[in-house]
Design a protein around this ligand. Structure first.
Ligand SMILES: NC(=O)c1ccc[n+]([C@@H]2O[C@H](COP(=O)([O-])OP(=O)(O)OC[C@H]3O[C@@H](n4cnc5c(N)ncnc54)[C@H](OP(=O)(O)O)[C@@H]3O)[C@@H](O)[C@H]2O)c1
Length: 324
């Protein structure tokens, strides 16, 4: 068993006795993908903690995890997706691969829809062929942000950006019975995210400016991965909002990052989205706080406070910067 790259079936007898649940993760090189592969392997992802996992702490040896990163599997390539799934025969596919560059998507809608919507069509087709359970990662940006309240799973999506529309397109490709996990403002130990941006800017001089009129829930991929593992292995159908608890603005998040590393948070100044220079190409929802109503109403534990996840992520990044 390997948890990195696609392992193709070895030669030998075709008969397969009961085997571990085989989970294929797309986008396995991304920040969530890497933490998912760790969590599916029974390990605590960087910046995670055992009790952050929803349910038991990782399924351990009962799961055979296959991580397919972008270089190995580009989901817009239908033949490649069908071929890989034919070969690997996963029981569950966690489709985390996506083109997540929100502003770049705005400039290239065809590519955004090819990867995020058509790519998901291919993954869904492959899952249907093999009766694999599909778990699709989606986004808070499917909402327009006009509501003053947190969005529940049953609220009507109305995306404002190409990225949001393309991800909603992906949701609509998922067969009945799939799990759709909408999350927001993902930050993890691997890959680029706002926490790392703030830490990098904080190393330089002067003030930092972040918008104070976009509100959401920072979500830490180590915590998110634990919840996705549970939803995937339990094959719970339907839409689930899964974010860390609590909400803030990008300004609030940047201040919290500085406080967490012992720096003066007043270095961060608020700015209105309309005053950003240059303006960002893609519109963002003013409010994209997701009420994790389906988890709560089903009696499943939610994720910890976002400030708690932030502290664990900063500690993990600090260890990485200054190994013992
Ligand atoms: N990041 C967020 O704030 C956020 C918020 C809400 C929802 N989500 C969703 O959560 C999921 C995971 O996001 P993330 O934060 O882990 O983002 P990420 O770090 O950008 O990971 C996405 C991965 O998908 C890969 N990918 C890009 N194009 C692909 C393609 N054509 N075929 C297959 N893989 C492809 C990327 O590879 P390369 O980098 O090598 O191209 C990357 O490794 C995504 O579905 C995303 O839409 C993210």
């Amino acid at each position: 068993m390997t948890s990195r790259g696609i392992r193709f079936r070895e030669g030998g007898p075709a008969a397969e006795p009961a085997r571990p649940v085989r989970v294929l993760v797309t986008g396995a090189g991304g920040q969530l993908g890497r933490d998912l592969v760790a969590a599916l392997g029974g390990r605590v992802p960087d910046g995670g903690r055992r009790r952050a996992l929803v349910g038991p702490p990782g399924p351990g040896p009962g799961v055979d995890v296959i991580g397919a990163d972008h270089a190995r599997l580009a989901v817009e390539d239908r033949a490649a997706v069908l071929g890989a799934v034919d070969e690997l025969r996963p029981d569950v596919i966690v489709h985390a691969g996506a083109w997540t560059a929100v502003d770049a998507c705005q400039a290239d809608p065809d590519r955004a829809f090819a990867v995020n919507a058509l790519g998901t069509r291919h993954v869904a087709e492959a899952a249907r062929r093999h009766r694999a359970h599909l778990v699709y990662l989606s986004t808070d940006y499917v909402f327009d942000g006009a509501s003053a309240d947190p969005y529940v799973e049953w609220d009507r999506p109305n995306p404002r950006s190409v990225y949001g529309r393309s991800k909603l397109g992906g949701e609509r490709e998922c067969p009945d019975g799939s799990t759709i996990v909408r999350t927001s403002w993902v930050c993890g130990a691997h890959g680029a995210n706002m926490v790392k941006t703030v830490l990098r800017l904080a190393d330089g001089p002067g003030e930092l400016r972040f918008v104070d009129d976009q509100r959401g829930s920072p979500t830490f991929s180590a915590d998110l991965a634990g919840a996705v593992v549970t939803l995937a292995t339990e094959r719970l159908p339907g839409v689930f909002h899964v974010t860390n608890h609590g909400a803030t603005t990008w300004f609030g998040l940047a201040r919290a990052v500085l406080s967490t590393v012992g720096q003066d948070p007043s270095r961060v100044r608020p700015v209105a989205t309309a005053d950003l220079d240059p303006p960002r190409p893609a519109p963002r929802p003013a409010n994209s706080v997701l009420d994790n109503a389906a988890l709560r109403l089903a009696g499943l534990p939610g994720l910890p406070e976002w400030t708690d996840g932030l502290e664990r992520l900063v500690a993990a990044l600090h260890l990485e910067r200054s190994p013992a």
